[in-house]
Write a protein of this length. Structure first.
Length: 472
């Protein structure tokens, strides 16, 4: 035994040394950075610091152009700054392609029906989903948004002196998404889907350790319940369509049930579920976070609140009791600048993943084929070179020509720019209109901590005191 070990150990040492030299040679010209700890990489640092501090620290230490790290079990390059954003957006499907972490797919989707490129909302986004998110189509949804926002204010806000903004904004945006994408407005059914959706989103970007008691394990279980619930909704709708009971519906789900692929086959219910979940992730969570931080910033900046209210009063005075229209929303110029400044400081979407299709050079470094790329809004949104005094809330930054190109990128850019940008704009502005017409607000926790899950959220849900207009 000892003789065998005496021969084996030197061989193992030599092989390990050769592998190390090979790895070092391959990594010799890759971006500077750290892979962190074995297995866990830099996930812990990313979670503890939050994206903004994590990125700032590494840009200062390694490079303002690009640095490497290891997240979600993958070698990853962060491409930074306006030039980095431009590089990513203009090289879609040339040097880079979309990529989703397998750990997220496991939580959210029926993985057996994902295509090889791991695209969630596949060809349909170019057809029915894009159609429903075009400005021409969205015009008819403004009145639905306003009607639901009015009801939401009357039932969820007006009866109370104190509320938590984040869970209420979640309730509103999720109900709206369910109505517009699935024509589903059964409050009990929507509430049940939302409950499981929150379990999923709270744990889907945690360490992908699927052991009982972990956030990721809860997310996996919640994802199964979520998918089962959606499958029941989809199966019921398919039955209704077959029976010709609901031929007048024009929501995304109904379109998906009728769309055929190149072989003339209808999409399977699992494929439709994946598409609907992709839409809900994109539309609901980011919008609810955006609304939460808009109200946070209005509470912290009373002079801004007053200007928003003045603008919204002008819109209201031009009407009687009619619901808002597209033309009304187009008048909300200052309010939209407030929203943009809010999502600059607290971006709901942190960025997106890509995968290198081939070896390529960037800023003098080699990004090997197969490496993952993460473009992130925090490489520019808080940089004083592009936003002087970046911590100050200043909507005037967006007047005139606005920020430097590719420095303000909450919706991405290029061919993969978020198709729901206009939807989000309408949803947030309609909500703002209804809120400021009814209430002022004051934060109950002045220095509430912000925590990072899949998005930044106030740790206690942003509790506020409401002051209805016309009352003490």
């Amino acid at each position: 035994m000892y003789i065998a070990l005496a021969y084996t150990l030197p061989v193992v040492a030599i092989v390990s040394f050769l592998l190390f030299l090979k790895r070092a040679a391959c990594d010799n010209n890759t971006p500077p950075g750290s892979n962190g700890w074995p297995i866990v990489g830099e996930n812990v640092d990313f979670g503890l610091l939050g994206p903004q501090k994590f990125i700032k620290k590494r840009m200062e230490k390694y490079s303002t152009n690009v640095f490497r790290t290891s997240l979600l079990g993958e070698k990853m390059a962060f491409i930074c700054g306006p030039q980095g954003n431009k590089f990513v957006f203009t090289n879609e499907n040339k040097l880079l392609t979309s990529w989703w972490p397998k750990s997220l797919n496991k939580v959210l989707l029926f993985t057996e029906v994902i295509n090889k490129d791991q695209k969630v909302v596949a060809p349909l986004l170019a057809n029915s989903v894009h159609d429903i998110l075009k400005p021409e189509a969205l015009k008819q949804y403004v009145s639905v948004m306003d009607s639901m926002a009015r009801k939401h204010m009357a039932t969820e806000w007006a009866p109370y002196k104190e509320v938590k903004v984040y869970p209420l904004s979640q309730k509103y945006t999720f109900a709206l998404s369910c109505k517009l994408f699935m024509d589903e407005d059964d409050e009990d059914k929507v509430a049940k889907v939302l409950e499981n959706f929150n379990i999923v989103t709270n744990g889907m970007i945690s360490m992908p350790i699927d052991f009982p008691g972990t956030a990721y394990n809860r997310a996996v279980k919640g994802g199964k319940v979520l998918r089962d619930g959606l499958m029941k909704i989809i199966a019921t709708r398919r039955h209704e369509l077959i029976e010709r009971k609901e031929i007048a519906r024009h929501d995304v789900l109904s379109r998906m049930l009728l769309v055929t692929n190149e072989d003339g086959k209808l999409m399977s219910e699992k494929e439709i579920s994946n598409n609907i979940i992709g839409l809900l992730v994109a539309s609901y969570e980011t919008s609810s976070v955006a609304i939460t931080f808009v109200l946070k910033h209005l509470a912290e900046n009373p002079h801004v609140y007053e200007q928003v209210r003045e603008e919204q009063m002008m819109v209201a005075k031009s009407k009687q009791e009619e619901l808002l229209t597209w033309e009304d929303v187009e008048k909300m110029k200052y309010s939209w600048n407030v929203v943009r400044e809010s999502i600059r400081l607290a971006p709901p979407g942190q960025g997106a993943f890509r995968e290198a299709l081939i070896d390529f050079k960037y800023a003098g470094f080699t990004i090997p084929k197969g490496w993952k790329i993460f473009w992130n809004v925090n490489t520019t949104h808080n940089d004083p070179k592009y936003f002087p005094d970046p911590e100050r809330f200043d909507p005037s930054r967006f007047e005139g020509s606005g920020p430097v190109p590719y420095s303000f990128v909450p919706f991405g850019g290029g061919p993969k720019m978020c198709p729901g940008k206009e939807y989000a704009r309408l949803e947030i502005l309609v909500f703002m209109h209804n809120f400021v017409m009814n209430f002022k607000l004051k934060k109950l926790i002045p220095n509430e901590k912000i925590v990072y899950r899949s998005t930044p959220v106030p740790a206690k849900g942003l509790p506020v005191h409401l002051y209805p207009h016309g009352k003490n």
